[in-house]
Design a protein around this ligand. Sequence first.
Ligand SMILES: Nc1ncnc2c1ncn2[C@@H]1O[C@H](COP(=O)(O)OP(=O)(O)OP(=O)(O)O)[C@@H](O)[C@H]1O
Length: 631
Amino acid sequence: MRGTSNNNRGRARKPEHTWRTLGRLLQYTFASSRTMWVVSIISIIVAALSASLGSKFIQTLIDSYIMPLTKEATPNFAPLIQAIAIMAAIYYTGVIGTGIFTQLQVIIGQRVQKQIRDEMFEHMQSLPMSYFDRNDVGDIMSRYTNDVDTLMQMISQSIPTFIQSLFNMVFVLIMMILISPLLTLLSLVVLGLSIIFVRVLFSQSSRYFSAQQRALGTVNGYAEEILNGLKVVKVFSHEQAVQKQFDTYNSGLRNDSAKANAYATMVFPIMGNMSNLLYVLTAVVGGTLAVNNVITLTLGGLAAFLQLSRGFTQPVAQISQQVNSIIMALAGAERIFGLLDEKPESDDGKVTLTNMKKDAAGNLVPTKEHTENWAWQVPGTPVKLVPVQGVVEFKDVNFSYYPGVQILHDINLTAKAGEKVAFVGATGAGKTTITSMINRFYDIDSGQITYDGIDIREIKKADLRRSLAIVLQETNLFTDTIMNNIRMGNLDATDDEVIAAAKLANADEFIQELPKGYQSTIDGDGSDLSQGQRQLLSIARAAVADPPVMIMDEATASIDTRTERAVQAGMDNLMKGRTTFVIAHRLSTIFNSDLIIVLDHGKIVERGNHEQLMAQHGEYYQLYTGSLVLE
Ligand SMILES: Nc1ncnc2c1ncn2[C@@H]1O[C@H](COP(=O)(O)OP(=O)(O)OP(=O)(O)O)[C@@H](O)[C@H]1O
């Protein structure tokens, strides 16, 4: 199937609705850890208050304890020691507050991280296939990784630091005003000017850093692309050309990094020394004003003020830093919420699949026992049981993936119970699309598809899909034992049932030859198995599901003749007694089909069995005699 994935991997660096997303995120995190948030914010306030009170206490310490001591002949240090102990207690309270909130925020962050990942995963499973056509895997993956990570960072670090800095600033400002309003005003003016200066420098440097980031992205992207296509590079001996291209990108990165770092090494020391400058300026101006009696400032007052002014520049710098990372994290949060807000697959089906048995009076009734006698349970009074037979009918079916681009046109066909129906046609004719209608990967635009006479939209999706098995061209295997990989077809299957299914699928022989047999662990995508062996496992998986209807997408990849025979025999075994839809890529495998449907641009152009179609001397005949190419 051709996916028309819309590559929107380009990260949004800024959220579209900053405040709305922030509000929603805070609500989300508050809801899961209300008490922890309250305790955390109280601890932040305590920490900020202690820091500024501690600095302010320097004034009392110098003016009321140290200065009087310098005038005494036999100084008594006891009160000073007591005062120092009080100051230590104030600072210590702050340390405890900081300890509590940092711990709590990490816990909250972890909790939100887990909750969000769980919710995203659960929600993702409920999304329709069309969502995955629109969004590529890398893009969805980055929501689980980058976006959740930055979000966690924001909750456990940026937000608490932001709140703490805010309170620090407010408390320090109050203390400074209490000591000297005029000096405070002066500090604010100097600070304002220095912020403007720093911003100018910063905007210059961020230009260089953006260029560095872009160059880094190019180098990484190129390395990734080449890694993925390593075989092609080797096959066509492109190593040197690839190396040259990489060198070019890498040199570009070095140049941009050099510029960015040169600027940074110049700018950051200036920014770092800004607070020292402010400190010296306040000391000189404050001292001069006090000596000249323009303001009344004690020595203790000046010392405390200087300490406080230091504590004022730091939070200002921190706030602007945190705002940047909060904005970036909000962009991620927006993308996460975007995924969570996607509408799940609609499922209004009420008809369910059930086992049935005869009761004492000989009537068929639904049962939870595994009778292997399946029926559709149609709700109503009385509940109706329709035996599952596997009759599938398309009536005037039309379908388009995107509005206005119709893919299937007026499809009418009936597959009777146990029949083998094959779809043939050139690539893109709509073979895969037709089969995706049966299991409701996509919903049809108009017409009707019935399963044992019931409209498939009335059947609960999970039950509909349970009654169908699909052998896909591409076999997805998971990191687990062979036994469990086959069991994916039916999680309730016993080991014996799995082995029986593998035998039916012709997979048993090669499995037995593996060192650990059914307990051999498959690595990730099963790259240590051959293409044919992977297909055999996929057939075994369908066999263990034992459904009345099967959809088989024949493998196109060439496999050795012996394995191909095994795969074909496995498929044939599996088809016996079931309605089967085959997407045929090789005409040799479909002679014995009960019905062959020839498709062209989403329309049925011919139908019949092999003999009938050959006699017609039409499209099928041409395909078969080689005048037309199938793939
Ligand atoms: N997920 C999708 N979104 C949009 N268009 C699609 C999608 N899948 C298939 N198509 C389009 O629908 C048409 C039929 O595709 P389909 O995959 O059903 O053909 P096919 O006969 O199975 O081809 P092949 O033999 O190459 O697998 C093509 O034009 C294809 O581009």
